[in-house]
Design a protein around this ligand. Sequence first.
Ligand SMILES: C[S@@+](CC[C@H](N)C(=O)[O-])C[C@H]1O[C@@H](n2cnc3c(N)ncnc32)[C@H](O)[C@@H]1O
Length: 226
Amino acid sequence: MSVQQEFDQWAKTGKDRGMEQRHWHTAKHALARMPVEPGDRVLDLGTGSGYALRALRETREAGSCVGLDGSVEMVHNAQGYTDDDGVGFVGGDFHHLPLAENSVDHVWSMEAFYYSQRPDEVLREIRRVLRPGGTFYCAVNFFEESEHTHEWQERIDIDMKLWSRKQYREAFREAGLIVAEQETIPDREIEIPPADEFPTENWESREAMADRYRTHGTLLTVGVNS
Ligand SMILES: C[S@@+](CC[C@H](N)C(=O)[O-])C[C@H]1O[C@@H](n2cnc3c(N)ncnc32)[C@H](O)[C@@H]1O
């Protein structure tokens, strides 16, 4: 199944808003660290419902922002969730960004980068569109050290890149991005039921759930264009 087919279905069944709610738990902490100045242009890769750009516009006075997504239904929904002229949503592919060289101040991506089939190429594209000193904030919950997310691959028919923390750092550097920061942001808002209520949902143990959310949470890797 293609990215477009898969995520069109997600958008049509309201999963875009569901992701927004869950991802916000950790995304907001990463977004708060972005050095976005009033007027800065921000690109969101795999924008989903577009919540990140709405937040940056409202809280940081970001300038004209672009949310790119491979699913036309995601783009359609995202556009419908705002009447702000300063944010636009476009269909497109991470591997061929429809933007000029040196044309954006910052790039954001949450839970999307690992769907790219040629991530090294995507990093080079990101570097191409970023201005010198511009940043790439890459947030992922699916990564090697977070073993309780590995099973996600079984639920989706798109090859997902399971990189380790080190692989992210090395790939960023290889593309010409300086790694300014890398850390995990635990999800403190997810409710972890008391031990006597387990098992719940698909979790084998309470420890596994706590490990997934509280220990690993979201891996944030920050690259700066040199
Ligand atoms: C799991 S969703 C995350 C959405 C949003 N960032 C969030 O935090 O809720 C991943 C999104 O990335 C998009 N995507 C995945 N691979 C892509 C690619 N190669 N080019 C463009 N968009 C892609 C999907 O269509 C989907 O909307």
